[in-house]
Design a protein around this ligand. Structure first.
Ligand code: SAM
Length: 631
C-alpha cells in the first residue's frame, strides 16, 4: 500500500510559498566539491579550512569595502522571497506567442523569484540604477519583510501607499543606503548570467568608486572587462560650479572572462574607406601599418634595401617587428609597401579580406555614434502619450547606446536573453526590438520596473512602469504598422504579489479555527493561471513555455512545457472521477513523452479524503509518473 503522505505531501505550503532556497543550492554545490567536509549533513568548517589550505584568509583586517549593513545585505540575497509573479494577459501584447517579459515589482523580490527558472540563462544584463545623486528616491528595502513593504508601497496593503523620500546626503547613511540596496541585487543578478554572459552597469561619479569595489567583490576582479565612458551631453554646461559633467561610465564585467568574447562591431563606412588599393593588388583593398616597434627585439636590428636601392634601418631606439627572414618572405609575397615610388620607409599591407570580421569595441563612446540624453528624451516623447514634460526621466538612455551594447554582448544568431532590472521608461525593450528587426536576431528581453509614481499623473500612465509599458506598446505598433506580417514581438506582463499558496501562520489563540481554514491552502481570489505560473517558478520552468489545456471529465487539466508539469486545480475531484482523470493524464503524458521527470499537481482540498488521493497517486505511479503533489 502506498503511503500517501510520502508521495503527495512532500514540501507543503510553507516552503511552497517561498522562492528558490539559494543557501540550500550552495550547500548542495559545496557537497559535490567537498563531500569529506560534511558529516551527517552538516558542514565541518575545520575540515573545509584544511581542504582549502592557503586560500583561506585568517587575518582580521581584510582588503575590501565595508559598510554598516554589509553582512545583512549578503544575508538578504540568500533569503527566499515569499512572493509570486501574477500573470496579466489583458495588459500584455501577444500573450500566447511572445517570449519577452515585463515584470512590475521591486527587483530584489523579482530577482529572487527568477532564480530557479533563469539561473545561468541570461546572456546579457544591462542596468541603469539610481546614481544616488541625492535627488532620486531609493527603494526602502525592509529586510524583515520586504514583500510586505512592497505591498504597502504600492497601496495593495494598508490604508494608502508608503510615503517615499529621496536618499539625501543629510540622511547620514547616504552611501550605506545605496550600497545596501545594490549589493544583494547584484549578487542575485550574477546567478542568472550564463558563464559566457556579460553585465553592463551605467553609473556616474557619485557611486562609481563604491560600485567598482562591490562589483570586483561580487563578479571577481579577474572578470572586470572595461570602464566605458559615454559622452552623454554634447554641449558643456557653463553654469556648472566646477566642471561640466559631460559623461557617464558603463562598467563591464563578464561572468567568466576566459570564456566571454565580445562580438565584433560592424566596421563603419569611414573605417572601410581607410582600405584602398593603390597598387591594384588582386587580394583587394588594404591599409598599411608600421613595421617597427619600441620594444627591444634582438632579431629586429637589421637593414633592408628598398626597390630604389635606398637602405632602411628600424630607426633609433626602435626594432623591426619581424626577423630578417620573415621580412623577406613578406616582401616576396608583395605584402610590403615601399610607397608609390618605391622609395619610402617600408610598411606592412593589411588586407580588408584578411582582418577580423569587424572591429573590437572601444572604451570611448562619442554621442555622435551612440546618441546622447537629449536624443533619448526625444525618443521617449515620440513613443509615449505624454502631456507633462516633467515626467520625462532625466536619466533616460538612448536606444542607439543600448543597441551598441547589445551588439557587443549578444549575437543575432542565438536566442539570447537580455535582462534590465532597473528598466525605467523601457529603452532596453525598445532597443532589443529595433536591433532584432535590423539584424534578424531573436533576442528576448526581461524587464523589471517598480511602479514608482510619476511626478505628475498622466491619462496614459500613473507610474514609471505604466510609462514603459505604453512606450513598448507604441514601439510594437510602429514596427507592426510597417511590417504587417511580423511576429515575435509583444511582451508578457507579470506583477509581483504575495504567494498564491498561503503560508502556515497559525493563530495561537484559535488553533482549531486556523486548522479548519487551512484545509484550503490556496489564497482566495486567485485564478488557476496565477497558481500555474507560480508552479512554473517553483519548478524552475521558463515563464514563456507553452501551456495547453484539455477538458477531462469536466475538469481542466493543464500541460506545461510539453508535459514537464501537469496540473488540475479544480476545487473538487470525486471518487468516480479519479480513474478517468488519472488515465487521461497518463495518455497525454505518453503522447508528449517529456524528456525530464514529470510532476502532477492537484489542489489538496479537491479530494474527498486520503483514500481518493492515494488512488490517484497509485494509478499515476503505476504508469511511471512518480512526482505527484498537492497544494
Ligand atoms: C536611472 S532610472 C533608469 C532609467 C532607464 N534606463 C531609462 O532610460 O528610462 C532607474 C529606475 O530604477 C527604478 N527602480 C528603483 N528602485 C527599484 C527597485 N527596487 N525595483 C525596480 N525598479 C527600481 C526607478 O523607478 C527608476 O525608474
Amino acid at each position: 500500500m502506498l503511503n500517501y503522505r510520502d508521495h503527495i505531501m512532500d514540501k507543503m505550503t510553507e516552503q511552497d510559498g517561498a522562492s528558490l532556497n539559494v543557501v540550500g543550492e550552495n550547500i548542495q554545490a559545496l557537497k559535490i566539491i567537498f563531500p569529506e567536509a560534511f558529516t551527517e549533513d552538516k558542514l565541518d568548517f575545520d575540515v573545509l579550512r584544511q581542504l582549502l589550505g592557503d586560500a583561506v584568509d585568517e587575518s582580521e583586517e581584510k582588503y575590501g569595502l565595508n559598510w554598516h549593513g554589509k553582512k545583512k545585505a549578503r544575508q538578504i540575497a540568500l533569503t527566499p522571497s515569499t512572493g509570486t509573479l501574477r500573470p496579466c494577459p489583458e495588459e500584455s501584447v501577444d500573450w500566447d506567442t511572445t517570449q519577452n517579459l515585463f515584470i512590475e515589482g521591486d527587483n530584489l523580490e523579482v530577482l529572487k523569484l527568477l532564480q530557479k527558472s533563469y539561473a545561468n540563462k541570461v546572456k546579457m544584463i544591462y542596468i541603469d540604477p539610481p546614481y544616488n545623486t541625492g535627488k532620486e528616491f531609493i527603494y526602502p528595502d525592509k529586510y524583515q519583510d520586504n514583500l510586505d513593504t512592497y505591498l504597502r508601497y504600492t497601496g495593495q496593503k494598508g490604508e494608502e501607499g508608503f510615503k517615499t523620500s529621496s536618499n539625501t546626503e543629510s540622511s547620514g547613511r547616504y552611501h550605506t543606503n545605496w550600497l545596501n540596496m545594490m549589493y544583494p541585487r547584484l549578487k542575485l543578478a550574477r546567478n542568472l548570467l550564463k558563464s559566457d554572459g556579460v553585465i553592463f552597469i551605467s553609473i556616474d561619479d557619485n557611486e562609481m568608486n563604491n560600485l567598482r569595489k562591490i562589483t570586483d567583490e561580487i563578479f571577481g576582479i579577474e572578470n572586470f572587462v572595461a570602464t566605458i565612458i559615454w559622452q552623454k551631453v554634447f554641449s558643456p554646461k557653463n553654469t556648472a560650479k566646477y566642471f561640466s559633467e559631460d559623461h557617464d561610465y558603463i562598467l563591464v564585467y563578464s561572468k567568466q572572462k576566459e570564456i566571454w568574447e565580445p562580438q565584433l562591431l560592424p566596421r563603419s563606412e569611414e573605417a572601410k574607406d581607410r582600405y584602398t588599393n593603390p597598387d591594384n593588388d588582386p587580394r583587394g583593398p588594404w591599409s598599411s601599418s608600421d613595421l617597427t616597434a619600441r620594444n627591444y627585439y634582438g632579431d629586429g636590428q637589421y637593414e633592408v634595401t628598398g626597390p630604389t636601392g635606398k637602405i632602411f634601418g628600424p630607426g633609433k631606439g626602435r626594432y623591426w617587428r619581424q626577423n630578417f627572414n620573415s621580412f623577406k618572405e613578406l616582401d616576396k609575397d608583395n605584402r610590403i609597401w615601399w610607397g608609390k615610388d618605391g622609395g619610402n620607409m617600408p610598411r606592412l599591407k593589411r588586407f580588408l579580406s584578411e582582418v577580423k570580421d569587424g572591429v573590437v569595441p572601444q572604451t570611448l563612446l562619442l554621442h555622435t555614434v551612440v546618441g546622447n540624453t537629449q536624443e533619448a528624451k526625444k525618443e521617449l516623447l515620440e513613443f509615449s502619450e505624454f502631456e507633462e514634460t516633467e515626467n520625462v526621466l532625466n536619466s533616460v538612455k538612448p536606444t542607439r547606446l543600448l543597441r551598441h551594447l547589445l551588439k557587443i554582448g549578444t549575437s543575432p544568431k542565438n536566442e539570447n536573453i537580455v535582462l534590465d532590472f532597473f528598466a525605467g521608461s523601457g529603452p532596453m525593450a525598445h532597443a532589443v526590438m529595433l536591433q532584432n528587426f535590423d539584424d534578424g536576431g531573436n533576442r528576448k528581453f526581461i524587464l523589471v520596473q517598480l511602479p514608482e509614481k510619476l511626478p505628475k499623473e498622466e491619462a496614459s500612465a500613473k507610474t514609471i512602469a505604466d510609462l514603459a509599458k505604453s512606450r513598448i506598446r507604441n514601439v510594437i505598433k510602429k514596427i507592426y504598422g510597417k511590417n504587417p506580417g511580423k511576429s515575435g514581438l509583444g511582451f508578457k506582463l507579470f506583477k509581483l504579489d504575495s504567494s498564491n499558496i498561503r503560508a502556515w501562520n497559525p493563530d495561537r489563540n484559535d488553533l482549531e479555527g486556523t486548522l479548519y481554514e487551512h484545509t484550503e491552502h490556496l489564497a482566495p481570489n486567485r485564478s488557476e493561471e496565477d497558481v500555474l505560473y507560480e508552479l512554473l517558478l517553483k519548478r524552475g520552468v521558463d515563464l514563456t513555455v507553452p501551456i495547453e489545456s484539455k477538458e477531462m471529465t469536466g475538469k481542466t487539466v493543464y500541460s506545461i512545457g510539453y508535459g514537464v508539469l501537469f496540473a488540475c486545480l479544480d476545487s473538487t475531484i470525486s471518487r468516480d472521477e479519479i480513474e478517468y482523470l488519472a488515465q487521461g493524464i497518463v495518455a497525454w503524458h505518453k503522447d508528449l513523452a517529456p524528456a525530464s521527470d514529470t510532476q502532477v499537481v492537484f489542489r489538496d482540498s479537491a479530494f474527498i479524503d486520503d483514500v481518493a488521493k492515494t488512488n490517484m497517486t497509485a494509478i499515476l505511479e503505476q504508469n511511471g509518473i512518480k512526482h505527484v503533489r498537492s497544494l
